[in-house]
Design a protein around this ligand. Structure first.
Ligand SMILES: [Zn+2]
Length: 157
């Protein structure tokens, strides 16, 4: 695992994250930084051993996340997929059937690269999870410092 790449991606994530830790704001800033739109789609992943997908299409990035899910779970999945994007990971072979099931309104030929979240078995998954933990921690700190009242502790797997 390259700790330098993770640290540098974490610095970028902190720059892109709004002061209040808002995830949609982070995605908007990330989209602007990349010059590509990012769409979040909720799909039922019932029976699939994954909870999030990053689909790199020609003109936009799609984050497909398991639905229904809680706001903190949603944030955790998005942090993980954002981590893959920030680390410049590429698609892995396979997974086309899952992607088609998760995002039926995306035409297959538009899908240039895709990545399924499955396990920590690969180095990229370990890197993404290490960075996602840092992003999620930063987000929790910013939410806590800008929102009054109690809030739940977020857990990231
Ligand atoms: Zn992953």
């Amino acid at each position: 695992m390259s700790s330098w790449r993770i640290a540098s991606a974490a610095r970028l994530a902190k720059r892109l994250m709004p002061a209040n830790g808002d995830m949609d704001g982070l995605l908007a800033n990330l989209a602007q930084h990349r010059g590509r739109k990012i769409h979040v789609l909720a799909r039922d992943f019932a029976g699939q051993p994954t909870s999030g997908l990053w689909i790199f299409a020609e003109r936009a990035d799609y984050l497909v996340i398991d639905d229904p899910t809680t706001p903190s779970r949603r944030a955790a999945i998005i942090c993980h997929e954002v981590a893959h994007i920030l680390l410049g990971h590429r698609a892995q072979a396979g997974g086309a059937a899952l992607i088609a099931a998760a995002a039926p309104d995306l035409s297959p030929e538009l899908i240039a690269r895709a990545m399924a979240r499955h396990s920590y078995a690969t180095q990229e998954e370990a890197e993404a999870e290490a960075l996602a933990t840092q992003i999620a921690t930063e987000q929790a700190v910013r939410c806590r410092s800008t929102q009054p009242g109690p809030h739940s502790i977020m857990r990231w797997r």
